[in-house]
Design a protein around this ligand. Structure first.
Ligand code: CP3
Length: 332
């Protein structure tokens, strides 16, 4: 059994597996080299050889306990016929939302459009570098996908009430999103992903209507993933009440963000925990990194715990700090 499965399934606490969100990305010179030659980000995600190579870059360097497939949560809107572009220094830009076009999306067309992602997963899962390691497939949570599809750019500010003006559209759209996310999860598992993470990056934006837009649709995805005999990790970033979330949604593992108190989480939540440390700690020095990482490891020493961060690795991170962190966690 892999170290991560041992933690999730057997509730093992004796060693702490480690992987990092956005471990395959811009802080690695070998990624930037490939990115320079491949300006179109969606095309890069759909290049199965390069996507597999990028997925394995951090495994080669740091020997993490899991690889996460190089793709993006916005491949979903792309595959249900909303245009998605990534602009340098700006982030994602989505095209106009045409609900009629989206409604017409056929499941076979969806799967064909994302075939290179699934081929990349198959290819990567056969790599000898992943011996005794997991390969994580992922999706955005229905709410976060809905936010991008409606807002069309990153919703850095609070959501206005206007977001909810067209309730009929939102309810219809979130059901379509949920249906295709299930298909995307199933396809990734069939291709060789043996863990699924659900990123709800904008869970913290919602004050009311959490039931309809976060709990219910995510719970459906969690149940569905479990029915495929695959453990599922949820990351409801900045949600106000992690305990309620876990009680209702019932993921196998919950990733916490860096604004929550890990001592409180350890006491209140009994399922395995992942992550928590502020990614900005990686920008300081080794002494401080050791101190902060040790704080999380100490708090969770008798709790099944997968080391990770409270959000993705920042592009400014020095790879030497990542190397130091992995060794430190393994030697703990
Ligand atoms: O290593 C990995 O984690 C695997 C690949 C991965 C990417 N995006 C690649 C990527 C994963 C798991 C994601 C998830 C993702 N994508 C999320 C959820 C996690 C989070 O950060 O909250 C979200 C919200 C997105 C949407 C997205 N993709 C944004 C907002 C941006 C631009 C801003 C940014 O952080 O770069 C992206 C682009 C993106 N996705 C890059 C990478 C490596 C950078 C692309 C580049 O080189 O310019």
């Amino acid at each position: 059994m892999t170290p991560i499965k041992n933690c999730i399934v057997n509730k093992n606490t004796t060693n702490n597996p480690i992987w990092l969100m956005r471990q395959a990305g811009r802080y690695l010179p070998e990624f930037r080299e490939i990115r320079k030659q491949n300006q179109d980000f969606i095309k890069l995600c759909l290049n199965e050889d390069l996507s597999s190579e990028i997925t394995l870059q951090p495994i080669k360097r740091f020997s993490f306990d899991a690889a996460i497939i190089f793709s993006d949560i916005l491949m979903l809107p792309y595959a249900i016929n909303q245009e998605v572009k990534f602009e340098k220094g700006f982030g994602p830009k989505l095209g106009n939302l045409n609900i009629d076009l989206i409604k017409e999306t056929k499941e076979t067309d969806f799967t064909n459009k994302l075939k290179p992602v699934y081929n990349s997963i198959s290819l990567t899962s056969r790599s000898s570098l992943l011996k005794n390691k997991d390969l994580i497939g992922f999706v955005g949570a229905p709410w976060t996908i809905l936010v991008y599809m409606i807002n069309k750019i990153s919703p850095k500010k609070n959501l206005t009430d206007q977001f909810f003006n067209d309730k009929i559209l939102l309810s219809e759209l979130i059901k379509i999103i949920e249906r295709f996310l299930k298909l995307h999860i199933k396809n990734q598992i069939n291709a060789g992903a043996n863990l699924i993470q659900i990123f709800d990056s904008w869970a913290g934006l919602l004050q009311s209507e959490i039931e309809e837009f976060i709990y219910m649709p995510t719970k459906n995805l969690v149940e569905y993933t479990k029915s495929l005999n695959t453990p599922v990790i949820c990351f409801p970033r900045e949600i106000k009440n992690y305990k309620n979330y876990c009680d209702i949604v019932k993921p196998d593992v919950v990733n916490i963000d860096y604004n929550v108190d890990p001592i409180y989480i350890e006491k209140e939540i009994s399922i395995p925990i992942q992550g928590g440390m502020d990614p900005k700690v990686m920008l300081t020095d080794k002494e401080n990194l050791k101190k902060e990482a040790k704080r999380y490891l100490d708090i969770f020493k008798d709790h099944p715990y997968i080391f990770n961060l409270g959000h993705g690795v920042l592009p400014e991170t020095d790879p030497n700090m990542v190397d130091y962190l992995v060794k430190m966690v393994k030697d703990y």
